[in-house]
Design a protein around this ligand. Sequence first.
Ligand SMILES: [Fe+2]
Ligand SMILES: [Fe+2]
Length: 261
Amino acid sequence: MDRRKFLNNLSVTAVASIAGATTLSAKADALEDALEDSLEEKFRIKPSHCYIDTGRPKRAADDKRPYYQHDEPLLSKMPKAPTLMDFYLQRFPTNHVTQSARLALKRGSDEKVVLACLLHDIGLNIMGTDHGYWAAQLVRPYVDEEVSWAIEKHQALRFFADHEVGYEYPVRYLEYFGEDYVPEPYLKEEHDRAKNHKWYMTAREITIHDVYAFDADLQVEVQEFTDIIGRHFKQPKEGLGFDGSETAHMWRSVIWPNNFL
Ligand SMILES: [Fe+2]
Ligand SMILES: [Fe+2]
């Protein structure tokens, strides 16, 4: 172990307890505790958010459960048969996707594209990595095949400019990933395949409206798209998560993200 690095990374509490120990043996115990904490952090394999954090304000004083299971006081309770709108109102961050959907609408895009814009980043609620694929999979049973295809492909297309249709490599990616960042070959291959597909422009439109949809001063309510959702999203009557579809478990994971099991 790099001793200097370990000591530099000790928490303030650990340093205070080592410094505050009055005997050599107490100091050794405090050091050992700090070492264990550091190892646990390094090799943690369970999602820590399952545990009930005693410091969180909404935990009732008499709540002695060690884990969350279908009842997390910090999250709002969703209806028994949740609709897509319920997910937007209670779980999904909305302003970026609603801004992009409004841009699509204003620029005269097809309603399918507007819906795709509205859905394109909801995969981020499950996984940041490959979020386009997660979002596409999540909605596949409920939307037109073109919509889920386009959502999936936006993942790769974002990294490749298409000057002919006015899509440039996002400036903020230079800042996020560095000027020398080169997308992995699988992304290039996905881009190349998508480029020759009949639905290429549907996916490309998502990326075009995406880059301008980060206005911190603009609030776009999701209810603006109620009719479009109603026309193009096949809402199951049992509710998302409870209709036995191949992605029902993914919707349930959004409803109860911190379940222990
Ligand atoms: Fe995205
Ligand atoms: Fe986006």
